[in-house]
Design a protein around this ligand. Structure first.
Ligand code: B12
Ligand code: SF4
Length: 593
């Protein structure tokens, strides 16, 4: 057994004998006392904590740093970033970099009346300090499967530093079969956590959901500069529901909240949603929303009622949403635009995969149409589906790339515990037993035996897909500028003032910035790919035609600065620079002990 030597926090020294080099499944089962109670979504027999709502609670995400290889399962290719991890990672200094808070624990904190601290993205040292600084009755850890080794370590630390705390583990990590044998927790909660925690504290699990004010992203960087964080400039996250009723076989979010036909709605109606959005508008001074619902447009009645309310109140809001192609097809383009849909994340998977969410949809035509209406499209394609072979995968990737989406996510087909796909692969004996959970994140290599593609090749094809999309379509920043311009041209004279205002706001706010970025991009691409550079120049000219004097002047000043920061960032990245989210601590209902 290898040894993780000594870890020093403040003046204390502890000895953690946690590491055996590989966090594979079998080694874990031996040395853990199996005491945890496992709760399925919606269990009603949850025992109440003796202190009820007087219990002092710490809710925490797993510790960082994240974007580096370490013995706790951090991986440099798996940073705590959405775009750079799985969307724009091949785009170098043009990659969009930003962090997102851990919304699950923020949601729980906002909906209990016990004194509660949320600790987001702590280091181990921060976590230890917080455990020692307050006597927590309950420590809740939120995690997904890749970070199970960190959960294990955090449980050990809690037992040592805060032995009277009850440990509750929630989030997708709870889907691991026999999780209770790997981590030394008291409770492991599968599924929706607000109602579970309310039951545990003796509160009404069905009380209305209070939405916390959530700024959707932070520490945003692109082209080597960190964007200023003005109040109201970043969208608010709204979480109308968790889960998805479509139940695609590989989908872990759907499976975790009940699977096909099931999901948990926090806000049933368009009226409720409107009220929440209005509250967020007041509190955060925002007009744009990132709607965290796996298939927002599927619920047409709710969306159309929201539109009625927006029209009546003259709200010129914008919305970023996730939706499947069949759900998008339930709306006309006008309805989507009036609803303020400005960014849409759509699963393209593969035309030959037979998913019902794609049935009857020509996704290429749909993408083109959406972009012509000023709606930015983020496509999502799966590499390594059952029908993929070394012979057909290249043409499947070319097909995906030909959508020319604004952003494109590529992910490996990955059987994840809790899903139907995982069950099927396990039954067929095709799961690879020696793959560390820390490497099961869809951006490395297969964790199962594919019929035609080897594990090594899975990574090559995945990497090639990212590279090819960037090579053919250019930086996403260029692509979103193009979509914005198309929307502005189409809707600048539109009869509905809400719609006009929205495009005008985006155009006036960003015109000069985008033009300057295009100026820098055009020059940066001259050496790399002349054709892409020409396309960027053409777009820059079109922007110029639509610009006022100030915006027309801006590229001459800001463009060279951005070119310089871009080149500086490229050098930094080449030297291995990575980014980490800041540690955040927030207390609610708090009174000193
Ligand atoms: C935002 C997000 C992120 C953010 C991370 C934010 C953060 N601070 O951790 C970013 C973009 C960085 C990210 C990265 C990744 N993510 Co992610 N992410 C999401 C996303 C889109 C939303 C999560 C969310 O807030 N949902 C809304 C909240 C309310 O739901 P929730 O978190 O599930 O919380 C509820 C319950 O789970 C439970 N609960 C949660 N925590 C706790 C704690 C306690 C104590 C209790 C009792 C209950 C409880 O109660 C909550 C309320 O009901 C989900 C998809 C989704 N729709 O959920 C994927 C998802 C969580 N991510 C996933 C994955 C795989 C990843 C990556 C590995 C992917 C990748 N290659 O990029 C990386 C990992 C990075 C890393 N190093 O850890 C998977 C998890 C799969 C799994 N089975 O583990 C998901 C489900 C997406 C998917 N369908 O594949 N992600
Ligand atoms: S439509 Fe998307 S969110 Fe819904 S089950 Fe399928 S993959 Fe999951």
């Amino acid at each position: 057994m290898c040894y993780l030597p000594f870890v020093t926090f403040e003046s204390q020294v502890w000895d953690y004998d946690s590491c055996n080099g590989k966090w594979g499944e079998t080694e874990w089962y031996e040395d853990v006392d199996v005491s945890a109670r496992l709760y399925e979504s919606g269990s009603v027999d949850v025992e109440r904590h003796p202190k009820g709502t007087r219990a002092r609670i710490l809710l925490t995400s797993v510790f960082g740093p994240y974007a580096q290889d370490d013995e706790f399962g951090s991986r440099s290719i798996n940073p705590m970033e959405l775009y750079h991890n799985q969307v724009t990672r091949a785009q170098g200094s043009f990659s969009l970099r930003m962090f997102h808070r851990s919304w699950g624990i923020m949601m729980i904190q906002a909906n209990i009346s016990a004194p509660c601290t949320v600790l987001d993205f702590p280091t181990r040292k921060d976590f230890a300090r917080e455990l020692k600084a307050h006597e927590y009755d309950i420590v809740g850890i939120s995690s997904i499967i890749v970070n199970v080794a960190k959960v294990r370590e955090m449980c050990r630390m809690i037992r040592q530093l805060s032995p009277n705390s009850k440990i509750v583990v929630g989030g997708h990590v709870a889907a691991i079969p026999a999780a209770e044998k790997m981590i030394d927790a008291d409770f492991i909660v599968r599924g929706e956590g607000v109602s579970w925690m309310r039951r545990y504290l003796g509160e009404d699990p069905n009380a209305p959901i209070q939405h916390p004010p959530i700024v959707s992203g932070m520490n945003t960087r692109i082209m080597g500069i960190r964007l200023p964080e003005r109040k109201g400039a970043t969208a608010a996250t709204i979480i109308p529901s968790v889960g998805c009723p479509m139940g695609c076989n590989f989908c872990t979010t759907s499976a975790f909240f009940g699977g096909k036909g099931k999901f948990v709605n926090f806000y049933e109606s368009g009226d409720e949603l409107f009220d929440v959005m209005q509250q967020m508008e007041d509190q955060l001074k925002v007009h744009s929303f990132f709607v965290m619902d796996e298939n927002f447009l599927l619920h047409r009645e709710r969306a159309m009622r929201l539109l009625d309310r927006m029209k009546a109140a003259q709200k010129s809001w914008t919305m970023s949403v996730f939706a499947s192609a069949n759900a998008i097809r339930k709306y006309t383009m006008q309805e989507l635009v009036e609803l303020g849909v400005s960014w849409l994340w759509m699963g393209l998977e593969s035309p030959r995969a037979g998913y019902s969410k794609l049935s009857g949809s020509d996704t290429r035509q749909l993408t083109r149409e959406l972009r012509e209406h000023g709606i930015r499209v983020q496509g999502s394609t799966i590499i390594g589906l059952e029908h993929h072979t070394p012979e057909n995968i290249v043409s499947e990737i070319e097909h995906a790339v030909s959508h020319d989406t604004d952003f494109h996510q590529f992910m490996l087909y990955t059987p994840v515990p809790g899903t139907r796909l995982y069950q099927q692969m396990s039954d067929e004996g095709r799961m690879l037993s020696d793959v560390d959970f820390a490497d099961v994140h869809g951006q490395f290599k297969f964790n199962f035996k594919h019929a035609a593609i080897s594990r090594e090749d899975s990574k090559r094809f995945l990497d090639w897909a990212f590279w090819r999309d960037f090579q053919v379509n250019g930086p996403s920043l260029y692509r979103i500028s193009r979509t914005l311009l198309a929307g502005w041209r189409r809707y600048k004279d539109w009869p509905d003032a809400r719609v006009r205002l929205r495009f005008a706001n985006e155009m006036h706010r960003l015109n000069g910035i985008y033009s300057s970025a295009l100026w820098a991009m055009e020059r940066q691409f001259r050496k790399v790919d002349g054709k892409v550079s020409d396309r960027i120049r053409q777009l820059r000219k079109e922007f110029r035609q639509e610009s006022g004097v100030a915006s027309r002047m801006m590229p001459a000043v800001l463009g060279p600065v951005l070119l310089w920061t871009t080149r500086r960032e490229d050098k930094r990245l080449a030297r291995g620079k990575t980014y980490e989210p800041p540690t955040i601590l927030e207390r609610k209902n708090w009174a000193p002990a």
